[in-house]
Write a protein of this length. Sequence first.
Length: 211
Amino acid sequence: MTAPTIPARYLDRLAELCRSGSRRIVGLVGAPGAGKSTLASALQQALGDGVCQVVPMDGFHLANIELARLGLSDRKGAPETFDVHGYLALLRRLREQREDELVYAPAFRREIEEPIAGAIPVFPQTRLVITEGNYLLLNDGPWQQIAALLDEAWYVDIDPAVRMRRLLNRHESYGRSPEAAADWVGSVDEPNARLIEATRGRAQLVFRWDA
């Protein structure tokens, strides 16, 4: 699939951030279905793999077996279903990465609904790391430490009807019936979306897909 065209002003902003020569970390935050992963991928493609690497927060989903042990299987995607301390540790490693160090980050595979350790190599010469996820600006518990580890945070916004349609299509494409998809969106995704939308004011920039 061809990556969407990103307006030049956003690429110019990232290029300005990178001019210092030191590692920069930019966070993309937004509600489920807002297009964070799509934007991160498009930015990486525009800037080039040698300059930019994407490290999603979703790699820190707790495994399904652990969610079952905790009684959180029906809350997957809520803040308490992530290893936030592991994510913070990775961000700190990326901040302090040595010239001779290769840092591996986990990824999340939707086709199996599980995180995969060591799936994303981040090379020391990478100037920009883009990390994307729901709760980067959450001002609660250990989550509130994330913002200080980012050079900038961008809030990714989109028309609510488009976002809802994307979510329903996503859940159905991975095996849920239309009824089960609608129930999950209403009972899990949308409460999380409201929590995330409340953090919008902490972002340095708002990226709106249909602007």
